[in-house]
Design a binder for this molecule. Structure first.
Ligand SMILES: NC(=O)c1ccc[n+]([C@@H]2O[C@H](COP(=O)([O-])OP(=O)(O)OC[C@H]3O[C@@H](n4cnc5c(N)ncnc54)[C@H](OP(=O)(O)O)[C@@H]3O)[C@@H](O)[C@H]2O)c1
Length: 340
């Protein structure tokens, strides 16, 4: 198989960045579908754990080993933006964390810098598409490069790539369960745990951050809802414009009452057109046992898309983990090399 070399600036070498690196190096034999991808980093940056850069290319396997052994890279030889604006590369792989208070920055500036120079940008970070989709997708179109973010919503499940394959079909609205942490916490409430206990269980199992507020207060779900509304409904909104209620106020008693009535609480995300504008919301809702959302258990996620000339279509992902997220990033990189 022809291997096309993709020179990359990688920003963020946390769980997803390292998993992606493992899949491309140590685990490569397990994924024959990746044979056509030859990712050649020229720089890898972290926030507080240094970085490496080399115009001649970085050995990804060695970089991974070095990071694991030392817990960090040496001090970065240049600033992130300087690398993006001066180095020779084909694609930015943006895997830093979402900062709602900073309205998606600095990831938006990273993506903008790459696209302006006619470089592709692939990101798992929700910030760029949640806060700056119109600007960045227009810029990518003008520069004839790709701005891709498959794993920002439902990890590697083909949400945006599915959208690209539907020719002439318009999405009219959607609903879904996008935040796997809250879905898991809700299932623990149903099992009788208090909110604090349920969150601690999720943290112990590695499903929730030490600061779980992005999940519990519905921000992560709102960011994903904004992205879907921007891409599928041309909404031009950001997460702060999504009507949002999290799950903090829910109790095991409320979950038990719902169960007695044959219902389950779910953090449901929706967007639809109303009076010439797009409305979007995230809020806990009781769904009947017969509803498809009631079958979204534990760490699963689901999206229901509605169309003008097709019946509703569902995408459900069961128990995603880091591999699924890294797989979304790798699929985006393959879109660039195969130009589909
Ligand atoms: N984990 C998942 O299952 C999952 C699923 C879907 C999407 N995502 C998204 O994927 C992205 C990466 O997730 P993750 O789990 O790998 O996060 P993570 O483990 O917290 O790693 C984040 C990485 O980004 C770096 N970073 C943070 N701010 C930076 C900045 N301003 N400049 C340069 N580097 C910066 C961090 O460096 P330091 O460690 O030095 O701060 C770290 O290397 C996030 O946006 C996340 O929301 C993750």
């Amino acid at each position: 198989m022809k291997r096309e070399k993709l020179r990359a600036v990688i920003i963020g070498f946390g769980n997803v960045g390292r998993k992606m690196a493992m899949m491309l190096t140590e685990e490569a034999g397990q994924y024959p579908g990746l044979d056509g991808l030859d990712l050649q980093p020229v720089a890898i940056f972290t926030g507080r754990h240094g970085g490496v850069a080399s115009a001649g290319g970085i050995d990804l396997m060695k970089a991974l080993k070095q990071y694991r052994e030392k817990g960090s890279f040496p001090e970065a030889p240049m600033a992130v933006l300087q690398a993006l604006e001066t180095m020779d590369y084909d694609v930015l792989v943006e895997l830093s964390t979402l900062d709602i208070k900073k309205r998606g920055e600095p990831a938006i500036s990273h993506v903008r810098a790459a696209l302006r120079r006619g470089k592709h940008a692939v990101t798992a970070n929700k910030g760029p598409a949640a806060f700056a989709y119109r600007e960045l997708s227009d810029l990518a179109r003008r520069r004839k490069v790709r701005f891709l973010f498959e794993s920002a919503v439902m990890d590697g499940a083909p949400v945006f790539s599915l959208g690209r394959t539907l020719k002439g079909v318009r999405v009219t609205g959607f609903s879904g369960i996008f935040n796997t942490t809250t879905n898991y916490v809700l299932s623990r409430l149903e099992a009788g745990e208090s909110m604090a206990e349920a969150v601690r269980t999720a943290q112990r199992l590695g499903f929730a951050e030490s600061d779980p507020s992005l999940d519990l207060d519905g921000w992560d779900a709102a960011a994903k809802t904004a992205i879907l509304a921007n891409v599928f409904l041309d909404a031009g909104i950001d997460p702060l414009q999504v009507e949002r209620r999290g799950i903090r106020e829910l109790t095991p008693e409320a979950a038990a009452r719902a169960a007695t009535a044959g219902k389950r609480f779910k953090l449901v995300c929706r967007a639809w057109r109303e009076d010439g504008r797009v409305r979007a919301e995230v809020r806990p809702q009781e769904v009947g046992a017969g509803h498809c959302f009631a079958a979204v258990n534990g760490r699963a996620a689901a999206l229901r898309l509605e169309f003008d000339m097709l019946g509703p279509l569902w995408i459900m992902e069961e128990d995603p983990d880091l591999m699924d997220t890294a797989a979304g990033v790798l699929q985006d990189l393959l879109v660039i090399t195969t130009d589909d």
